[in-house]
Ligand binder design. Structure first.
Ligand code: NAD
Length: 447
């Protein structure tokens, strides 16, 4: 498949923008025409609700495609840059060009969003791409394998399914870029494999994204937004707020307000609510459940292994040494850690790996700006959760342990292009060049 994709790429048929636009529009058509199959697979994989799917998976893809189709000519055009005295009469510009064959390795939590979004960037930039959906969301992987080739150039964009072994086999091959979404441990393996061919990588990883709640903010609104950000998709969101930092004086109110929001969203019985998800599989169920063991459950905690169900849960007075604070939770458990001040919150955040997102809830712009200035994370969102993902004019990506490289909108196009420096001179003006040719006499160079 890889060889076929490479041969197809070398024919040059991805070079004209019309080809790329045709493929993108076809992908758009796929998302619309195959809504039912997509929804059924997502429901089987993650108990996603029919009406929630567009919000979390397909609408952003459709938006990304429309934006890309509209802007492609602008993004792909030569980008003139500043000239200096020596280049004043030359053409000096950056020409984006395709890299070649891109490997897209997707994760399972939003399997369409994280697999198709990089593919949009790859198509737009004129690459061929081998698409490897996560085997963990198996129904979705099957739909991608069966249906995508009916809409896209199947030589140029083959879908490869399989698990760890198949992915490892793929990683031995030579690609021109690898775009991986998943956990940091596997991210390191991907980077190691890529190094054998000097293949550049984009790593969209996770981490523990902190959420600071300032005592002065409207706790009802803040907690409703946090509960939405945390418990959507059963907490299996790379940018979900992982834990809350707040003053001990407001902790009980935070618990109460989140409890109220959970009831508002998922009723008194989230288990039978169609809008509440499930943990993807038993391995993750056991992992997430074990995280509650040494902390105090403020509410929630109910679980049922037969359904991989864990109720929306808040833990209070959590110690930094607790199990739940040792790795990304990626489940519906929200620990609260109390800090006496914003200074302490900043220190707490900076003592840990750089997260994918930082959430700040406060009406005080100065405090928000201070936290932005004194911490680091892939992105920051003040007074809301998750919606930074949908702003295509912002690069989406991590920093440090949460990843490298970024995409969405033009950033995705640039990430999967080579930004080639072009300097086009003429053969005239040779007199001006004389100074650089030997012999370099003092008289000639003047120093
Ligand atoms: P996963 O288990 O589906 O793995 C991702 C991909 O890596 C799969 O295609 C899988 O086949 C492959 N893989 C797994 N183990 C491998 C190995 N040993 N060698 C080679 N390939 C291997 O997904 P996951 O890692 O459980 O995903 C969850 C993680 O992804 C979380 O940490 C989450 O924060 C992160 N994530 C990040 C983003 C983002 O945009 N930054 C988005 C979604 C998820």
């Amino acid at each position: 498949m890889l060889e076929r994709a490479r041969r197809a790429f070398l024919t040059g048929r991805t070079k004209p923008l019309e080809y790329r636009i045709r493929q993108l529009k076809s992908l758009q058509r796929f998302l619309v025409e195959r809504k039912t199959e997509i929804a059924t697979a997502l429901n089987k994989d993650l108990h996603k609700s029919e009406h929630g799917i567009p919000l979390f998976e397909t609408l952003s893809l459709e938006g990304e495609i429309s934006l890309t189709v509209n802007k492609l000519a602008e993004w792909a055009a030569p980008r003139p840059v500043e000239k200096n005295l020596l280049t004043i009469s030359d053409q000096v510009y950056i020409q984006p060009e395709p890299l070649g064959v891109v490997l897209v390795i997707g994760a399972w939590n939003y399997p369409w969003a994280v697999t198709i979004q990089p593919l949009i960037g790859a198509i737009a930039a004129g690459n061929a791409a081998v698409v490897k959906p996560s085997e963990v969301s198996m129904h979705t992987a099957k739909i991608m394998e069966d249906l995508l080739p009916l809409y896209l150039d199947k030589e140029m964009y083959p879908v490869v399914t399989g698990g760890v072994l198949e992915t490892q086999e793929l990683l031995k091959q030579r690609f021109d870029h690898i775009f991986y979404t998943g956990n940091s441990t596997v991210g390191k393996l991907v980077m190691e494999a890529a190094s054998h061919h000097l293949t550049p990588v984009t790593l969209e990883l996770g981490g523990k994204s902190p959420c600071y709640i300032d005592s002065s903010c409207d706790l009802t609104i803040a907690c409703r937004r946090i509960a939405w950000g945390k418990f959507s998709n059963c907490g299996q969101t790379c940018i979900a707020p992982d834990y809350v930092l707040c003053n001990p004086a407001i902790q009980d109110r935070v618990v109460e307000e989140i409890r109220k929001a959970v009831k508002e969203f998922y009723t008194d019985d989230p288990k039978s609510c169609t809008d509440y998800g499930r943990i993807i599989n038993q391995r993750h169920f056991k992992r997430v459940k074990a995280m509650m063991e040494d902390s105090l459950v403020a509410f929630g905690g109910e679980n049922d292994e037969s359904q991989n169900y864990i109720a929306p849960t808040v833990l209070k007075d959590v110690k930094p040494e607790a199990k739940v604070m040792q790795e990304e939770i990626f489940g519906p458990i929200l620990p609260i850690i109390t800090v006496s001040s914003v200074d302490e919150a900043i220190i707490f955040i900076n003592e840990r790996e750089k997260p994918l997102a930082l959430y700040i809830f406060s009406p005080d712009t100065k405090l928000i700006k201070r936290m932005i200035a004194e911490t680091s994370s892939g992105g920051v969102l003040a007074n809301d959760c998750l919606v930074q993902y949908s702003v295509s004019s912002l690069p989406f990506g991590g920093v440090g342990n949460s990843g490298m490289g970024a995409y969405h909108g033009k950033y995705g196009f640039d990430q999967l292009s080579h930004l080639r420096s072009c300097l086009v001179k003429s053969l005239s003006m040779e007199v001006a060049n004389k100074i650089r040719y030997p012999p370099h006499t003092a008289k000639k160079v003047g120093w």
